[in-house]
Ligand binder design. Structure first.
Ligand code: AMP
Ligand code: ZN
Length: 135
């Protein structure tokens, strides 16, 4: 994808603050970070989203995230961490190249959890379960 900004960054065609790189991935600092150290795992191949990315590549992205998360705990001293991955604009995806957010969390980071819980009835939950199971 020649006009995809994350393709260009992942392949090194435009500069980024890279904190990890291997043959298939580059991990960069997000330039609009939620917290100190917020990073993005970018596959070097272009995949739009979770539906598009092959299973093996997704598994490898999770392995990369685990490595980087360990160094965030060690070097930045974060107390917790969110892994976030948005699919589709309705879910907040703004760059249509698969990426996994690694968001270190600190007790004083002034951020929130991502959703507010709702209170469906037991019947509604069963209905949703059956819909997903195709029953
Ligand atoms: P999403 O909303 O999941 O698509 O996330 C896109 C993320 O990419 C946002 O957190 C942006 O701050 C970040 N971002 C967009 N362009 C760049 C860039 N050129 N370098 C670093 N991060 C970027
Ligand atoms: Zn791309």
């Amino acid at each position: 994808m020649s006009d995809c900004i994350f393709c260009m960054i992942a392949k090194g065609d435009i500069p980024s603050n890279t904190i990890y790189e291997d043959d298939n991935f580059r991990v960069i600092l997000d330039n609009g970070p939620a917290t100190k150290g917020h990073a993005l795992v970018l596959p070097k191949e272009h995949y739009a989203d979770l539906f598009d990315i092959p299973e093996d590549t997704l598994a490898d992205a999770a392995k990369v995230a685990k490595k980087v998360a360990a160094s965030m705990k060690d070097k930045l001293g974060c107390e917790g961490l969110n892994l976030v991955q948005n699919n589709g604009s309705v879910a907040g995806q703004t760059v249509m190249h698969f990426h996994l957010h690694i968001i270190p969390r600190y007790s004083d980071d002034n951020q929130k959890i991502l959703w507010k819980p709702t209170q469906p009835s037991a019947e509604e939950l069963v209905k949703i379960r059956d819909t997903i199971l195709g029953e």
